[in-house]
Design a protein around this ligand. Structure first.
Ligand code: MSP
Length: 655
């Protein structure tokens, strides 16, 4: 089979230390759209996702939960598998780095490169970021020896280590990228990577003696393979490398990696160098997508704004969520996720444009032809122009998806849907019906039927459920997922349409503001008031990295007494509390209203962080934060306030 007819698409393999969030869903949905699209093009397609289960980060998260790393991985992997089912992801395989089939390949590659001299034993001293699992060059360290990526403190480490001879591949990589400018997209990332390589490549430390949770280095088991070296190899191990009969023989050169912008260097510097060492071709394309913020803010648990993809699918449906993520923002750029903006798109693009086109067509088909689709009637110039546009848009979509321009592809599809709606207004079929112009009416209804059939085929990769519903309401045989290019506009047996439920019910925005919008605002306010999230059923790991006593001492905790409590207007979860610290009085806002009556609080001695930067919550200035313990699961959520067990003076410091 020629290379052009194979398509291998991958997502990053996700760490199992946390629950899946919008970033994971984003890449995986994008990969799914491409896989479905390429299957329709008739290409032999392989779509891989999976989980990255080794390394310090996983080991630490596990011990914080009292689990072994393997137990944590076994639990968390199920969240990912479940999410991909919910989001209709059609991955052909799911690889876990703790599987034997993967570990075997990691060891094989390690031994092979050791033998070849591309891996050697040396020693390493450097500044290490535990959460990012990476050494940071001194020149890149942030203020106070912090990680330039996550801002957390770095640790100085010295260890005996195996190194990958990356310096050897500096020139070959530059040559490769010079002759393959499409191998990294978007262009800005290509430029960034090329100039990074030009800055010089150092050999990479690829083993650790400081932990045990990893693939043992063959012949030297006090070392485990560094988690990134281990992880990148998943793209080959899942394809059965180095087996002579493995799938890699078919798919390897057709490899497309989708990754977030933060992990592009691993994929377009380390990984292709490793492949060159193995005498394999580098990936055909690495595409780095942007990051989502949420309502203009960085996503974080402490801000209460983490977008849970399960919840999105539950509240809005899977297809609207898939559609919104890919329509709202060009794939290579950062974007802002806002549920309100998603509601607006559901109403305008999905309910109005697409939903109405189907609804109006089926209603007229029922009314005038008892649901029977008229057979093809010779088209006039108007019909031909609609048809031509359909064909042009199909070509455009292919071209745009070749460059992963999902938003542009959707815009092109919607321009066709818009054209079909306009065609109804131009031809006024209800008038043709009442005037008894049967042949003209047949022509219009038939054309609309064909347009909707094409719309179903075009939206299928993005919104598979919606496409299938259109397909079956049109009375078409088989399944839209079985359609293969080129598809014909009008050759088919007579069918009868069957009107079903509305595709996308409109959402009343004013009601949404009152209910869902309010809930979201309160979640954020409650988190800012320091009392965690409410309402969702996510169980986040709350484990933080180690801190020094000096850092802890900076938190000024004191005993305060509650003087008065009143509800904050228009916020069901919030109280305004007046506190006495002995040496001064203060006001704080706190999201504990559903757990305490005001009279339970008045007179209570509580613990307050006094040097927290004041913030305005629902129009009330909050000067400090109280401390409370909350149950780890937000199902059966309970909360208890911290207090002191004997009568110490107000304002006493907590140490
Ligand atoms: N395990 C590594 C990848 C190894 S691939 C051989 C890893 N895992 S991860 O779980 O931390 O993250 C995976 C992906 O999520 C990355 O591509 C990252 O860019 C993406 N995102 C994390 N937060 C994101 C947003 N807020 N927005 C969009 N994508 C984000 O890295």
């Amino acid at each position: 089979m020629s290379e052009r007819n194979t398509f291998y698409i991958t997502t990053p393999i996700y760490y199992v230390n946390d629950v899946p969030h919008i970033g994971h869903a984003y890449t995986t949905i994008a990969a799914d759209v491409l896989a479905r699209h390429h299957r329709m093009l008739g290409h032999r397609t392989f779509f891989l996702t999976g989980t990255d289960e080794h390394g310090q980060k996983i080991q630490q998260a596990a011990s914080a939960k009292g689990l072994t790393a393997q137990q944590l991985a076994d639990q968390t992997v199920e969240n990912f598998r479940r999410l991909w089912k919910v989001l209709n992801i059609t991955n052909d395989d799911f690889i876990r780095t703790t599987e034997e089939r993967h570990e075997r390949v990691v060891q094989h590659i390690f031994s092979k490169l050791l033998e070849k001299g591309d891996i050697y034993l040396g020693s390493y001293e450097g500044w290490y970021c535990v959460p990012c699992e990476t050494y940071v060059p001194e020149a890149q360290m942030g203020e106070g020896n912090t990680c330039p990526d996550c801002g957390r403190p770095l640790q100085k480490m010295t260890e005996e280590s195996y190194f990958f001879r990356m310096s050897k591949y500096e020139k070959p990589l530059l040559e490769y990228y010079e002759s393959h400018p499409e191998a990294i997209l978007p262009k800005s990332r290509y430029n960034e990577i090329v100039s990074f390589i030009k800055g010089g490549l150092k050999d990479q430390s690829i083993s650790r003696t400081t932990l045990t949770w990893g693939v043992p280095v063959p012949g030297d088991p006090k070392h485990v393979v560094y988690v990134w070296f281990d992880a990148l190899i998943n793209y080959l191990s899942a394809l059965g490398y180095p087996d002579e009969n493995g799938l890699w023989k078919t798919f390897w050169p057709a490899c497309h990696h989708l990754v977030g912008k933060d992990i592009i260097r691993f994929h377009s510097v380390v990984w292709p160098a490793l492949l060159m060492a193995l005498e394999l071709e580098p990936p055909r394309m690495v595409f780095a997508h942007g990051w989502w913020t949420v309502d203009g803010d960085k996503m974080s648990k402490s801000k209460g704004n983490v977008v849970d993809p399960f919840e999105m699918a539950d509240v809005y449906g899977v297809d609207p969520f898939r559609y919104f993520l890919l329509r709202e923002v060009p794939f290579g750029l950062d974007g802002d996720f806002s549920e309100r903006a998603m509601v607006q798109r559901i109403n305008s693009d999905l309910a109005n444009d697409l939903g109405n086109l189907l609804n109006r067509t089926l209603q007229m088909m029922k009314k005038y032809r008892d649901g029977l689709v008229p057979s093809a009637v010779s088209p006039t110039g108007l019909e031909l122009s609609v048809r031509r546009m359909g064909e042009e848009v199909t070509v455009q979509v292919d071209d745009l998806l070749e460059r992963f321009a999902f938003d542009e592809a959707l815009k092109a599809i919607w321009s066709f849907i818009g054209r079909a709606n306009k065609y109804i207004d131009e031809t006024m079929p209800w008038k043709l019906g009442s005037e008894g112009k049967g042949e003209e009416l047949d022509r219009v209804l038939r054309t609309l039927f064909e347009a909707l059939k094409l719309a179903s085929q075009l939206v299928y990769p993005f919104m598979p459920e919606c496409a299938s519903r259109i397909w079956s309401q049109l009375g078409l045989p088989g399944s839209v997922s079985d359609c293969r290019r080129p598809w014909s506009f009008d050759e088919m047996e007579p069918v009868k349409v069957e009107k079903g439920d509305v595709l996308f019910p409109r959402i009343d925005l004013a009601k949404w503001d009152e209910t869902r919008g309010r809930l979201l605002a309160e979640r954020v306010a409650a988190a800012q008031g320091g009392q965690g999230s409410e309402g969702d059923d996510m169980d986040y790991s709350d484990h933080e990295e180690e801190i020094t006593i000096d850092l802890f001492k900076k938190v000024e905790l004191r005993v305060a007494q509650v003087l008065a409590v009143e509800p904050v207007p228009k916020a069901d979860k919030l109280y305004k509390l007046e506190l006495d610290l002995g040496y001064e009085k203060r006001t704080i806002v706190s999201g504990i209203r559903e757990f305490y009556q005001p009279d339970e609080l008045v007179g209570k001695r509580i613990i307050v962080i006094c040097n927290l930067k004041p913030s305005v919550i629902r129009g009330v200035k909050s000067n400090g934060m109280l401390l409370a313990a909350e149950s780890p699961s937000t199902k059966n959520f309970t909360l208890g306030l911290l207090t002191v067990d004997r009568d110490v003076p107000l304002g006493s410091r907590i140490h």
